[in-house]
Design a protein around this ligand. Structure first.
Ligand SMILES: Cc1cc2nc3c(=O)[nH]c(=O)nc-3n(C[C@H](O)[C@H](O)[C@H](O)COP(=O)(O)O)c2cc1C
Length: 208
């Protein structure tokens, strides 16, 4: 059992984090407050050798709408044709129905820099960069849901990364990792099955 108020709240916040698909544009926080909170948690996310390679772009209002009804469908059409867009229409409209989208990038320039500086670990840095983005993503996900939002995580990055760099004049070295759609949760999260804790976490030995 969590023993301090802080750890109880921490566990509670983590237990509250779920995937929500039915989201609306109903406002929860002023945009400036939302952006400030995201900055606060991204700042604290750990990274290998403290490289701080995670980069975040927050799309709100018409920028969020444009991502889901222009950038994604156009990129999807270019890669897989009209039928792929038609098949995804309902899903994309659902994402557009949310309040905003948080784009998570890793700056590969910094990862290459690490590889040059520490060649003995060169093979590890790209992997640890992916670990780092996951940490930043989970901080933001837990944060937003603690504030009352619902979120879901999407991966159109392989298709939309280049278009985003053009539209927002982002550095070439930014690699899109994921898109976190968030908004007012209009329906509860689905049922979730759990593997048993003792299958997933094992402890050996004990202190005196
Ligand atoms: C690394 C990762 C990738 C995921 N990719 C997607 C995705 O592309 N689309 C999606 O709808 N959900 C995605 N999810 C959400 C998972 O399906 C979801 O977290 C999982 O089913 C557990 O449900 P929960 O988030 O409600 O706990 C992803 C989650 C993680 C951690």
């Amino acid at each position: 059992m969590a023993s301090t108020t802080l750890s109880k709240n921490f566990v509670q916040a983590i237990q509250n984090r779920r995937t929500y698909y039915k989201l609306s544009k109903k406002q929860i926080l002023p945009d400036s407050e939302l952006v400030k909170l995201v900055k606060q948690v991204v700042r604290e996310a750990p990274s290998s050798f403290n490289v701080q390679s995670s980069r975040v772009v927050i799309l709100l209002g018409n920028q969020h709408n444009n991502y889901w009804d222009k950038i994604v469908p156009d990129s999807l059409r270019a890669a897989a044709g009209d039928s792929a867009v038609e098949a995804s229409q309902g899903k994309l409209e659902g994402f557009k129905g949310g309040y905003g989208t948080i784009l998570f990038f890793e700056d590969e320039k910094l990862i290459k820099g690490q590889q040059e500086a520490f060649p003995q670990y060169a093979a590890g840095f790209p992997l640890w960069s992916e670990h780092s983005t996951g940490m930043a993503q989970s901080y933001v996900w837990v944060l937003l849901e603690a504030e009352g939002y619902g979120c879901n995580l999407q991966h159109y990055g392989g298709l939309t990364g280049d278009a985003l760099k053009k539209v927002y004049n982002l550095p070439e070295s930014y690699k899109l990792q994921s898109e976190m759609v968030f908004g007012y949760p209009e329906a509860p999260a689905g049922e979730k099955a759990y593997h048993s804790d003792h299958e997933r976490v094992i402890a050996y030995g004990h202190s005196a």
